[in-house]
Design a protein around this ligand. Structure first.
Ligand code: INI
Length: 157
C-alpha cells in the first residue's frame, strides 16, 4: 500500500530565532519557566544570541507585547510565559481569559508560531509543581512546542 505523506516539525533549533515574552507577576514561577525554556532551546541548538527575553508586568500584557514583537518581525517563533493563580475574586478569570484569548487570536493569525506557556492554577503549589518540580517544567514544554512548530511552519511554507 502507498505510504501516506506525513509532515511534522523537527526539534532542531539551529539557525532559529525566538522571542520569549515573560510576565513578571509571580516571578518565583515565571523565572523558572524562563530557565526551562532557555535550557530547552539552547540544548536543541538555538544560539543564545538568537534569543531575546522581553519582560512585561503580568499575563494581561502578554498579548499586547507579543503583537508588537510579531509586527517587528525577525523571529521564527514567540514563547509566552506567565502564571495566573486563582485568588478570592473573579480577577483570575479576567486576566487568564484575556491572556488566553488574546494569545490565541495572535497564534491563529501569525505567520510564525505563538506558544502558550501560561500556567493557570488554583494554588501556588500547583504552579511550583509545573515550574521545575514533580510535574516537570511547562517552560521547557512550551519551548519544545516552539521548536516543533517553527520547523513545521517552515515545512508548510
Ligand atoms: N498577572 C499575572 O500574570 N498573574 C496573576 O495571577 C495576576 N493576578 O492574580 O492579579 C496578574 N495580575 C496583573 C495583570 O496581569 C496586569 O499586569 C495588571 O492588571 C496591569 O494591567
Amino acid at each position: 500500500m502507498k505510504k501516506v505523506e506525513e509532515i511534522s516539525g523537527a526539534l532542531g533549533g539551529e539557525g532559529l530565532r525566538f522571542a520569549l515574552v515573560v510576565a513578571r507577576f509571580n516571578d518565583l514561577i515565571t523565572e523558572r519557566l524562563l530557565d526551562g525554556a532557555v535550557d530547552a532551546l539552547v540544548r536543541h541548538g538555538v544560539e543564545v544570541s538568537n534569543l531575546q527575553v522581553i519582560r512585561v508586568p503580568g499575563a494581561w500584557e502578554l498579548p499586547g507585547a507579543t503583537a508588537q514583537v510579531l509586527a517587528r518581525g525577525g523571529v521564527d517563533g514567540v514563547v509566552t510565559l506567565g502564571c495566573v493563580i486563582r485568588g478570592d475574586t473573579p480577577h483570575f478569570e479576567y486576566v487568564a481569559g484575556e491572556a488566553a484569548s488574546g494569545l490565541g487570536a495572535l497564534a491563529r493569525s501569525s505567520p510564525v508560531p505563538v506558544i502558550f506557556g501560561v500556567l493557570t492554577t488554583d494554588t501556588l503549589d500547583q504552579a511550583l509543581e509545573r515550574a521545575g518540580s514533580k510535574a516537570g517544567n511547562k517552560g521547557w514544554e512550551a519551548a519544545m512546542s516552539a521548536l516543533e512548530m517553527a520547523n513545521l511552519y517552515r515545512e508548510l511554507q
